[in-house]
Ligand binder design. Sequence first.
Ligand code: CAA
Length: 380
Amino acid sequence: MEFALTETQQQIREAARAFSRDVVAPRARKTDREERFPAEVYRQMGELGLLGVNVPAALGGAEAGVVSYSLAMIEVAAACASTSVGMAVTNMCAELICAYGNDAQRQKYVTALVSGKAVAGAFALSEPHAGSDPGAGHTTAVKKGDRWVINGTKQWITSGAYAGVIVVWARTSPTGNKGLSCFIVEGGAKGLTPGKPEDKMGLRGSNTVQLTFDGVEVGDDAVLGKLGDGFKLAMIALDGGRIGIASQACGVGRAAIEASVKYVKERQAFGHPIGDFQALRFMLADMQTQQQAAELLTWRAATLKQQGVPFTREASMAKLFASEMSNKVCDKAVQLHGGYGYLDEFPVERMLRDARVQTIYEGTSEIQRLVIAREILKNQ
Ligand code: CAA
C-alpha cells in the first residue's frame, strides 16, 4: 500500500491548486450569485489539461491517470463547486468517447472537449420521468434512410445550453435497458433546444437545463459504441463519474473546514478565540476525520479504476460516503460560524447549498446503496 503521490500526481495537483487559487476562487461568489456560467474558465482549463486529465496525450489530454483527475477535481471544487461540476461532466464525456468511440469520433470530439474548444461536454441521460431509472427513457432515435432522427426531452442536463458535444441516450428499440443506444450530438444542432436554466438552490453558476430534441438528425457516424449497448455505456460512464462527484464532495468539505478553522481562530467569545472551546474543537475533529476518510475511499476507487480492475462498488461507496460527509461538514461549518454562517458574505453558506445536490445527482445515495449491496451479494 502506497500513500505518497507520484511526481505526475503532485504536478497536476499543484497546477490545479494554483489555477483554482488565481482564477477560479476569486470569481466563485459572483459565479454563484450572478449565475454566471464559467465558459472562459473552461477554455483556460482546457489549456492546462484539466478537461481531460485521464485522456491520452495523443488526443490532447493530460494522460495523468484517475488519481490525478480526483486530485484536480478536489482543488477546483474547493474553490468553486459550480465550476467543478462542468469539469467533471466534460472529463466523463471525453473518457467515454475515448473508450467507445471510433477513431474519427475520438479525433473530432475528444480533442474538442479536452481543449475547451467545445466549451464543455453534456451527458444527456435523465428524462423528466426517468432519473434513477434511466432504462425507462422515452427519447427515440428512428432510422430514416441513412439518418437517425432523435425526438424526446432530456432533463437536468449540466452545461446543456453551452456544451459543444452532447452524449445522448435514445431508444432504438422498445425493449427496456437493451433498447437504449448512445449518440453524439453537436451543440446547436437543428431541432435541439435548451430550456430555461433551472433556478437551483446551489451550484447556481452551473447551467442546468432541459434539452428538447425535435427531429434532430444525425448519421451513423454519431452512434457511440454498438446499437443497444447504451445502458451499459451509461453505467460504465457513471461508475467513473461517481469518482468525480466524490472528489467534488471532498473538495467542498475541505474548503468548509479551512474556512471554519480560519473563523474559529479569529472570532472571539468570552475573552477567547472560539477555537479554544472544546465543543468546537470536537466538531472540527469530526469534520476533518470524515473528510479524510472520504478522500481515502475516493482515491481507492480511483486507484482501482486506474489499474483497470472492477471498481463499481468502490466508486459507489466513495460517492455515498463523500457526498454525505460534505453535507454534514458544511452544515457544521455554518454552525461554527454562528449567524455569520448564514450570510452570503461568508463562503460556507454557498458551500452548504452546493453540497446538497451531491447526494442526489450522478445517482442518489439510495441508488449508491443499491449498487453497493448488489455488488456485495454478487461477489461473496
Ligand atoms: N458496469 C457495466 N455494466 C453494468 C453496470 C456497470 N456498473 N451496471 C449494470 N450494468 C449492466 C448489467 O450487467 C446488465 O447487463 P445485462 O443486461 O447484459 O445482464 C445491464 O447493465 C442492466 O443492469 P441492471 O439490471 O443492474 O439495471 P437496472 O435497471 O436494475 O439499474 C441501476 C441499475 C444501478 C439502478 C442504474 O439504473 C443506475 O445507476 N441508476 C442511477 C442513474 C444515475 O446515476 N443517473 C445520474 C444521471 S447523470 C448526472 O447526474 C450527471 C450530472 O449532470 C452531474
